[in-house]
Design a protein around this ligand. Structure first.
Ligand code: ACO
Length: 327
């Protein structure tokens, strides 16, 4: 008999990442387009990004990150229940990246699918995985964000091509019966507003070889909506859980831009040491940015078991949302 005082939750049991070997600094970008380290640093906080080599596709990088997360948790691939991949840059329209990763990992019993929510893909993925685990449909889900934005960037547009990078991050969520104040996902909140689709989009479908679409963005409009929508998303997460900002140990935001991150951190009144920032090293890796940042903070010993962590993201769609997680 299970203890009625315990709640079935999706608990984070492992994390993993993959970053392409090639590092491209702002100075390198300045050789390619009319820009400067000073402009990029001042406007965005970005100092460098990783760009994928031809073999480093979304599925390849996602599988590497996923393998690391499974191994950190000590779960055999054959025991995995499901794989959810947030990506806007899949290798192919189908099979889904998640299903390619299933084969690469040898996760023979897992089902999988991709989820298109741009930079909010990881938060959307966590939310779906959480619901499936709580409902008893699966015991374990790998949630992966994996992106090769270098293949959809317009290198004629200096206003966008300096902002993005490639990489993958993964978390393993496993069903556990825990006490009310125990570990696991406490809440997720998702939002979308398709009327704002024209301020950030890719003008075509993606694919591995010939890339028919490029990223297009109205940076000012995205910035304006990002700070206000993300601030309301974090307020919503706190009030749904009866918490105050002071209860949050760490904010792990989507890493789009240091100024957006600072804006939300300030709104919450969080000191910089409680906000995880990796945008300087990775730039904006879209759906991969939160799991990359989360892994770095956990693996580096900064975020420890028991910590209350708030995740938030906003991306093309627009889509946005939050997740509150106790490690
Ligand atoms: N290097 C040098 N100059 C540049 C560059 C560049 N890379 N890009 C643009 N400029 C120039 C412009 O041409 C313009 O020059 P002008 O005044 O002579 O016409 C000037 O800089 C100002 O351009 P703006 O686009 O108005 O610059 P802004 O101050 O708005 O900064 C930025 C642009 C950084 C994109 C900003 O709007 C922003 O941070 N937006 C948020 C968007 C974002 O982070 N998106 C990520 C994806 S969405 C997400 O993940 C949440």
């Amino acid at each position: 008999m299970s203890d009625p005082a315990l709640i079935r939750r999706a608990v984070l049991t492992g994390t993993g990442t993959y970053l392409p070997a090639q590092i491209v600094t702002n100075e390198d970008m300045a050789k390619r387009v009319d820009t400067s380290d000073e402009w990029i640093t001042e406007r965005t906080g970005i100092k460098q990004r990783h760009f994928a080599a031809p073999h480093e596709t979304a599925s390849f990088m996602g599988a590497e990150a996923g393998r690391q997360a499974l191994s950190a948790a000590g779960l055999a691939p054959e025991a995995l229940g499901a794989i959810i991949v947030g990506t806007s840059t899949p290798d192919n329209a189908f099979p889904a990246t998640a299903v390619q990763i299933q084969a690469m990992l040898g996760a023979s019993k897992a089902f999988g699918f991709d989820l298109a929510a741009a930079c909010s893909g990881f938060i959307y993925g966590l939310s779906v995985a959480d619901a499936m685990i709580r409902a008893g449909q699966v015991e374990s889900v790998l949630v992966i964000g994996t992106e090769v934005y270098s293949r959809i960037l317009n290198f004629e547009d200096r206003g966008t091509c300096v902002l993005f990078g490639d990489g993958a991050g993964a978390v393993l969520l496993q069903a556990r019966n825990v006490a009310k104040d125990g570990a696991g996902l406490l809440s997720t909140h998702l939002h979308a507003d398709g009327r704002l689709g024209d301020i950030l989009y890719v003008d075509g479908a993606t694919g591995r070889r010939e890339m028919p679409g490029h990223l297009v963005m109205n940076g000012r409009e995205v910035f304006r909506h990002a700070v206000s929508l993300l601030s309301s998303a974090v307020t919503e997460a706190l009030s749904a859980n009866g918490l105050a900002a002071a209860d949050i140990d760490f904010l792990v935001p989507h890493q789009a831009n240091k100024r957006i991150i600072d804006g939300v951190g300030k709104k919450l009144g969080l000191p910089p040491e409680r906000v995880v920032v990796t945008v300087d090293k990775h730039a904006n890796t879209s759906a991969a940015s939160i799991p990359l940042a989360l892994h770095e903070a956990i693996a580096g010993g900064r975020i420890k078991p028991g910590a209350l962590v708030l995740l938030e993201a906003l991306g093309g769609g627009l889509t946005w949302g939050s997740a509150l997680l106790r490690i």
